[in-house]
Ligand binder design. Structure first.
Ligand code: DX5
Ligand code: ZN
Length: 243
């Protein structure tokens, strides 16, 4: 065989091995949820429409109250406005104390999934029940210092667990490395119980760590600055999906 043919042969062989032996190992659905916290609020409709056209299936909405986290973002009217500009799945991340007071209103304002922090309330069960009754999906989030064991007993009642890979409050921070181990631990926990709870990760996610995070067991990657600061956000979303 001539040299170019040998190269071609091994090229095809490598593609075959990758397709049939590597991809099925992690054939979970991959979802990107761009965080509107990094959007241009002066052009909210334009940025929402961009996500609407893109390969991202979800839209991540960060709600901050200045108490649970040292920052304030936005609330119901902004969520409503974003919901009106897209048909994508509304992924609402509440970083507020006493979420039980507001979860139903977020569901009414258009949230398809309402995720609250376990550290933000003494009434975890009430929150879960209120969200469930409102018709939205139920998510629980943990901060970087909270172990996954803290939510193990809740797993049968949840649709999603959100692992924070930065301290909640701000976009543009660096990914905390130990977070990937938390994803692996949670994936093992969920699989060993035969559950179908989704794992989402939020903070410092980009095309550079997306592949590793999907491999570790994530279903949903939240990305704010990586998407909105990219020269071509739609291309960035594709690069994360294919990482
Ligand atoms: C931070 C928020 C994140 C934030 C992520 O508390 O929960 O959703 O927008 O931003 P990046 O992707 O820039 O780290
Ligand atoms: Zn978030």
């Amino acid at each position: 065989m001539s040299k170019p043919k040998v190269i071609l042969f091994f090229g095809f062989l490598a593609t075959f091995v990758h397709r049939f032996f590597c991809i099925p190992m992690s054939n979970r659905k991959r979802i990107i949820s761009p965080s509107m916290l990094s959007a241009d609020f002066g052009h909210l409709e334009r940025d929402t429409k961009m996500i609407d056209r893109s390969a991202a299936e979800w839209v991540h909405i960060d709600v901050m109250d200045g108490v649970f986290v040292p920052n304030i973002s936005f609330g119901f009217p902004v969520l409503k406005a974003i919901t009106e500009s897209t048909d994508k799945f509304m992924d609402v991340h509440l970083m507020i104390v006493e979420p039980e007071k507001y979860v139903e209103r977020f569901a009414k304002a258009g949230a398809d999934l309402v995720t609250f922090h376990i550290e933000a309330t003494d009434n975890v069960q009430e929150c879960i029940d209120l969200i469930r009754r409102s018709g939205a999906k139920v998510g629980v989030s943990i901060k970087p210092a909270t172990p996954v064991s803290a939510i193990e007993h809740l797993l049968p009642q949840l649709d999603l667990v959100l692992i924070m890979s930065v301290e909640p409050g701000f976009g543009g921070q660096s990914f905390i490395e130990g977070s990937t181990d938390k994803v692996r631990e949670l994936r093992t926990m969920i699989d060993s119980k035969g559950l179908s709870v989704l794992i989402e990760i939020d903070g410092g996610v980009s095309r550079h760590n997306a592949g590793e995070l999907f491999e570790a067991g994530c279903d949903v990657l939240v990305a704010g600055s990586a998407v909105f600061k990219a020269p071509d956000p739609e291309e960035e979303i594709l690069a994360m999906l294919e990482a």
